[in-house]
Ligand binder design. Sequence first.
Ligand code: GN1
Ligand code: MG
Length: 343
Amino acid sequence: MIDEVLKKYGLEKETVTISPLTQGLINTTWKISTNGNSYILQKINNQVFKRPEDLAENISLVAEYLQNNNPEYFFAAPIKTIDGLSLVYIKELGYYRLFPFVNGSHAKETVQTPEQAFEAARQFGRFTKNLSGLDTDKLKTTIPSFHNLTLRHAQFLEVLKTGNAERIAKTINQIKQVQQFSWIVEKFDQIKINPEFKLRVTHHDTKISNVLFDKNDKGICVIDLDTVMPGYFISDVGDMMRTYLSPVNEEEKDFEKIEVRNDFYKAIVQGYLSEMEAELTNAEKESFFYAGIFMIYMQAVRFLTDYLNDDKYYGEKYPDHNLIRAENQLVLLQRLIEKENLL
Ligand code: GN1
Ligand code: MG
């Protein structure tokens, strides 16, 4: 199976070790090690990324821009096949690409210290800053309306009519909670028409495992560029808040453990501003808190929508998995809102 893909890169299955990396929910990832080198192999989920060529094009565009304008910025571009392609397509198998494994780097599953949060935020800020001269119109939108909360909310309202009736009946309370927060959508509608909010090259998936760290825990670069497309800074800052503020993540079933750590909030803001201060408008600078609210709410909406839609998007590993995830995010949202004055 995979050997056919490896061959395209001149690698032989017999001489490599293949170990699955099971973090992501969408693509499938393996670490490939040979005697001297290591690689990351990824199979692209083309149900979600309908045009995998667009991912490859965006990454090439970004790589080229950085090479010309910020050559000192480290960027892990995909490795080309023997035939010079940055994407492999094999009928029956799908789309694959290979990245170099960055020597001396490691990725983290959880954020343990504010310093790590600062470093990660600095890296995502740096990424957007270094690409601020790239015309966002040149980038393909790899998932249309990906972080368009208006649309996500509309999809949620739609599923209330068309979704799994039994599940809808069972989640009346959670549905009510989601509806109570519709001001978050209204505020986003304002942002979309406010010229002070700039469309920038944003990453759209800023969880900690998408930053590579060196042995001293300094950030090296960001990875997983499939959702890099034009967007608002609230997507990147907000997803960091969603995933770094609490000591436990969206998978946690014991909601008592969900907490907003003030020092991690400050670290995200300061880390991001350390690169982006001069780029952001005043209106943007005033929206850090909203960024967290926006992303946590959107993820709650997405998990609950998927639950009512029989888990077609995220899948489930145990019964009611996406319901638990949605409830978890609603608790986190509440914990953050409670701290509005303090933060
Ligand atoms: C998905 O596949 P992964 O884990 O990188 C999702 C993100 C969600 C995240 C929640 C393309 O990311 O938007 O925040 O799950 N990516 C896509 O865990 O839908
Ligand atoms: Mg991702």
